[in-house]
Design a protein around this ligand. Sequence first.
Ligand code: 13P
Ligand code: SF4
Length: 326
Amino acid sequence: MTATVLSRADEAFCRVREVIPAVEWATMADDVEAIWRLKRERNAVILAHNYMTPEIFHGVSDITGDSLALARKAIDVDADVIVLAGVHFMAETAKLLNPEKTVLIPDLQAGCSLAESITPADVIALRRAHPGVPVVTYVNTSAAVKAESDICCTSGNAEQVIASLGTERVIMIPDQYLAANTAARTGVEIITHPGACEVHERFTPTDIRQIRADYPGVTVIAHPECPPAVVAEADFAGSTAAMVDFVAVNQPERVALITECSMSDNVAQLYPQLEFIRPCNLCPHMKRNTLATIRRSLETMTHEVRVDTAVAERAKRAVDRMLAVK
Ligand code: 13P
Ligand code: SF4
């Protein structure tokens, strides 16, 4: 009897079969097979954010996680090429940490409303207005904005980063809601900037109350980019990685993840016994990553992300300082 050798696409299908029907997978298998072949030929790895669709997240990625995990794991990548399946600021962060590697983003238009909301000049003006107050910058910003900052943070470590500064006041930019949610948890006075995530700011407290009325017993988990009134209605708030951990530890029978749509699909694949209520909003920037754009990226080695050397040096300092916080 001979053992059946599964193709890469067949193997990948085993990892998504709870959330992608076989008939749909049949339209994806050719791209999945090609991406695995191209990764081998290019000595490339794919880093994928938790908001990637399941065929990318479970099907072709090598490293997955929230913004913090992707930054941490980028340091240890042993490959010539990194394809960042996420948005532009994530690719820039990977480049800051891997200046000698080729970092590709499948679609240059994959931006972020938070990164768009603030410029280096805004940071300089805030510093002038509040002399001596440290500037904590969310990673969802350009390298040029990071370069004007003292330290970065993500939604996964904002409290620890602020505690590490030991000051009563901080400037925390550019997400006004992450800033307000962090101020509530730390008691530190936070000066912020009127930026918001276009995905999370659309959720309302009424949405959460309606979910609880429609799905009795549901556990509600919100991302801290949501407005504080939404976080107040939730049972737990945390980064996308904290959401995954919460589900893994607590195994709530019925759960609603108040965040981008693909999160629930990716977690549901791991816990088919749990009921996922999916009141999600799509991030149009994250959704610029598809199997087709990733395949093209590896075929043509585009789009390469570069950061000006002088900017990179200063921006990396702020990222490194964040990564040193335990
Ligand atoms: P985290 O994955 O770090 O929680 O961030 C969510 C997000 O919106 C990234 O763009
Ligand atoms: Fe930016 Fe929000 Fe999209 Fe994340 S989900 S990339 S914060 S717009």
